[in-house]
Design a protein around this ligand. Structure first.
Ligand code: ZN
Length: 254
């Protein structure tokens, strides 16, 4: 049995066998790991804050044959604003589901940890947490190689820099004005120059500046539709955590 100390984000937490909990932790060095939080009363009260969903904490874990258990843990940052706001909570839940899906199948990857850290922070402070969540998921797609061709025409490599920008989801990129759209009219989506510029920025900006953009409501709406469709088609899965925001009573809109 060995002991490991690591920073980690709590991505998921659920009851396990009577009184224990299982946590999914995203770590910088080990990637996504599943960790048992034993049910001892003493430990439970000691680590309660550190094991809250979306907390960033420092964990000391015991490891035996790739099975991890919490020995001690202390909170670094609890991102309390996320638990207190339905938009932020839905936004963080959506992004967490995407990051979990990716991290489950990926080698441990420091970049994924860093992108999650910047994204979660921004979700906790931004006036547009849901949009931040969608852009974070889009950037994650780009970083794992599921990048749309936004710089040039996906068919001929020629320049695609004039409105209307025509994007083909089936081909995964922009189509230039020379392409014959009539045969495939049903399958391209029109994007404004502002949306294309924003998507190019989010696909390539350093994480530190990733969310330092301005986007009008129109651009946010178009980019959201694009990011959701790109995510779901590339991951071959429906993501429904944001749907809760469409179902709440009007009283919550103000
Ligand atoms: Zn072309």
């Amino acid at each position: 049995m060995s002991t490991i100390t690591t920073k980690a984000f709590v991505m998921n937490s659920f009851p396990w066998k009577e009184r224990h909990r299982l946590l999914h932790l995203l770590t910088p060095g080990l990637g996504l790991i599943t960790v048992l939080a034993p049910a001892s009363e003493r430990l439970r009260s000691e680590i309660r804050g550190a094991t809250q969903l979306f907390s960033l904490s420092e964990f000391t874990l015991t490891e035996k044959q790739s099975r991890y258990a919490v020995r001690t843990a202390s909170v670094i940052e609890s991102f309390i604003a996320i638990a207190e706001d339905l938009d932020r909570l839905a936004a963080a839940s959506h992004a967490a589901e995407v990051f979990l899906d990716v991290a489950k199948h990926d080698e441990p990857n420091r970049e994924t940890f860093d992108l999650w850290a910047y994204s979660l922070y921004e979700i906790s402070v931004s006036p547009e947490p849901v949009f931040i969540s969608r852009m974070a998921a889009f950037r994650l797609m780009v970083d794992i190689g599921l990048k749309p061709c936004l710089e040039s025409c996906v068919r001929c490599g020629g320049t695609a820099d004039r409105e209307p920008f025509c994007f083909s989801f089936s081909e995964g990129g922009l189509l230039c004005g020379q392409e014959d759209f009539r045969k495939s009219q049903a399958e391209w989506t029109s994007l404004t120059a502002g949306t294309v510029a924003l998507l190019r920025y989010v696909a390539s900006a350093p994480y530190k500046r990733l969310f330092r953009f301005f986007a009008s409501p129109e651009i946010r709406s178009e980019a959201s539709g694009f990011a959701d469709r790109w995510l779901e088609e590339r991951m071959e899965k429906r993501y429904r955590r944001l749907a809760i925001l469409d179902q709440r009573p009007d009283i919550f809109f103000s």
